[in-house]
Design a binder for this molecule. Structure first.
Ligand SMILES: O=C(O)CCC(=O)C(=O)O
Ligand SMILES: [Fe+2]
Length: 240
């Protein structure tokens, strides 16, 4: 299996000042190119994806077997519920692979990437960049946004999770802004402060809390938007 390595071309100390001013940052060419390519391939070829959507506070995962049994009526009902949910409230719809659901064996490189982020070297780097000295570990899941997938505005804050910053490693080559799926940040008036178009092997980091969304992926998208995403968290990595 590919040994995960960083691309050595950036200096954490240099970008720390920028992060601490703007509370967000993009690091292009984050992983060594062969590592990013291997991770992308694993995700693109995986059969472990599940559709995830929320109903209010509840997260509902739809496995492939379940969706295979969906009637047209079931799809219409789900679509309606998701659309109505997103009209005025927090709503998402995208595909995910969660390691904790026994997914690790199916996506060994994603599991290795999580361990890599939790290594002393990388945790130290994230502490330097963010200035959050109590970051102890990172969690990770994969996401795949296809046309009509989205995540409405939220700030990532969850009590007791120790989330200091969020990160997103985008893994789709050749993404175009017209395809949607932009990570956007908003000010108090709802104006877009900054929009990040997904770029292959670029790591986005932003402090928690701050309002952001993933815009609706349009039918123009010629490929899914793949990413590995999660949070840099205070405390000890859970063992389970
Ligand atoms: O995929 C992204 O760019 C951001 C995802 C996100 O905000 C989240 O999962 O909470
Ligand atoms: Fe988020």
């Amino acid at each position: 299996m590919t040994q995960l390595r960083l691309n050595a071309s950036f200096d954490p100390n240099e970008i720390a000042a920028r992060f601490q001013t703007f509370r967000r940052l993009q690091i292009p060419n984050f992983l060594a190119p062969d590592c990013a390519e291997a991770l992308y391939r694993e995700l693109a070829e995986s059969r472990a994806w599940v559709l995830t959507a929320n109903r209010g506070e509840q997260v509902i995962d739809f496995r492939e077997e379940m969706l295979a049994g969906f009637s047209q009526d079931d799809w219409i009902k789900l679509d309606k519920a998701v659309t109505l949910g997103g009209r005025f409230g927090f709503q998402f719809r995208y595909d995910t692979i969660r390691l904790k659901d026994g997914g690790a064996a199916q996506v060994p490189l994603l599991a290795a990437f999580t361990d890599f982020l939790c290594s002393d070297e990388i945790v130290a780097m994230f502490r330097t960049i963010t200035g959050a000295d109590d970051i102890g570990f990172a969690d990770a899941h994969a996401s795949r946004y296809r046309p009509h997938h989205f995540l409405t505005t939220h700030d990532d804050r969850i009590e007791d999770q120790g989330r200091r910053a969020a990160y997103v490693l985008n893994l789709s080559p050749g993404w175009r802004p017209d395809w949607g799926g932009l990570l956007q940040f908003y000010d108090a008036q709802g104006n877009v402060e900054r929009g990040y178009t997904p770029a292959f092997n670029t790591l986005n980091i932003f402090s928690v809390p701050q309002p952001h969304s993933v815009t609706w992926v349009t039918p123009l998208a010629a490929q899914p938007r793949f990413a590995v995403t999660g949070w840099l968290r205070a405390g000890e990595r859970p063992t389970a």
